[in-house]
Design a protein. Structure first.
Length: 342
């Protein structure tokens, strides 16, 4: 276990969305978007969060920031449970937590100038007023490598990469300690993605930031993250230090997921067997009993459909939720996955 201070401690987080029907909007069911996940983020690190679309990654980020009020669980930030905070107390805590949104075209108000967009947090929280706001916005634009003379322009005058830099500047305005990066590069051209990731890394070093980096791109997550967590259908499947997870994955879902990551060497790539899972991801409205992954897992046994696996530490700082995985048998698990027809 690392000696780094824990900045954020998420325990048994649940986020269910009610399904309404009829004239009287009767609740007829729930979408189990997040279903009891636990993890920590240490001060100064980047925790990568990966998984298929709809697995609950973005919902997790929004629930941490209390943009969605969690159904159950605890979100401990700087010693305070954010779930219990309301009004002014929550507002003060939000100065320490910000988000960079996925779509730079939708997350910036087209009717507001750069000065208004980036300066808005400073005015809402009564940090600066008048000409001081304009001066601070210019500083922030320089910080994200944009020309300060762009301060009076509007979002439609910028490219996608420039818009995302404006979003980064807005997130940095209040000098937060934790930034939730909700797929910040997925809507950008490949040529621009590396620039934005390098910017985020430089800012982290200079400002001692802590990131939760949500993404689909497993190669990019490996580049930027210190530890990586894998989600599947609202639950946490595996979490480990970056190199440990990519070289020694334990959960069958993680093994299948990483088999899709391209390898630069043509020789190794030609010999490697791609693991293709059968079937579709079940609906979060009616998730499977027991292990959520058992309907697609080629190694599933009877217990997998009957009992939910316990989230446990099987190696130092390596957590997994699988009945079949033991610390000493991960090689056997991986070879079984590769040898079976999936």
């Amino acid at each position: 276990m690392s000696d780094q201070e824990v900045l954020l401690d998420v325990r048994d987080l649940v986020m269910h969305f009610p399904i309404h029907r009829g004239v009287f909007q009767t609740v007829v069911g729930y979408v189990h978007a997040v279903d009891g996940i636990s993890f920590e983020i240490r001060r100064g690190e980047t925790l990568g969060l990966v998984g298929e679309s709809g697995c609950g990654k973005s919902t997790t980020g929004r629930a941490i920031l209390q943009l969605y009020k969690p159904t159950a669980g605890r979100v401990i930030f700087q010693g305070q449970n954010l779930v219990n905070l309301r009004g002014e107390k929550l507002r003060r805590m939000r100065r320490q937590m910000q988000m960079i949104f996925q779509d730079p075209y939708a997350s910036l108000n087209p009717r507001m100038s750069v000065e208004q967009i980036v300066g808005e947090p400073l005015q809402i929280h009564n940090i600066l007023k008048g000409s001081d706001v304009r001066d601070r916005v210019k500083e922030l634009l320089e910080l994200v490598r944009l020309n300060p003379s762009y301060i009076d322009r509007y979002p439609h005058e910028f490219s996608g990469g420039q818009r995302q830099r404006i979003g980064v500047a807005r997130a940095l305005a209040l000098q937060p300690e934790l930034i939730i990066c909700d797929e910040p590069i997925s809507a950008l051209d490949v040529s621009v993605q590396a620039q934005v990731v390098n910017l985020l890394e430089d800012l982290q070093k200079d400002m001692k930031l802590t990131y939760l980096f949500i993404a689909h791109d497993l190669s990019m997550v490996r580049h930027i993250s210190d530890r990586v967590a894998v989600m599947y259908l609202g639950i946490m499947a595996e979490l480990a230090e970056r190199d440990e997870l990519y070289s020694n994955p334990l959960h069958p879902y993680t093994i299948a997921l990483l088999s899709a990551v391209p390898i630069p060497s043509p020789v190794i790539e030609a010999k490697r067997k791609r693991i293709i899972l059968k079937g579709d991801v079940p609906s979060p409205v009616n998730p499977p009993s027991g292990c959520r992954f058992h309907t697609r897992c080629p190694l599933a046994e009877a217990i997998c459909s009957e009992k939910r696996p316990v989230w446990r530490e099987v190696r130092p700082d390596h957590f997994v939720a699988c009945h079949l995985v033991q610390a000493e048998s991960f090689d056997k698990t991986r070879s079984s996955m590769a040898s079976r027809e999936v």
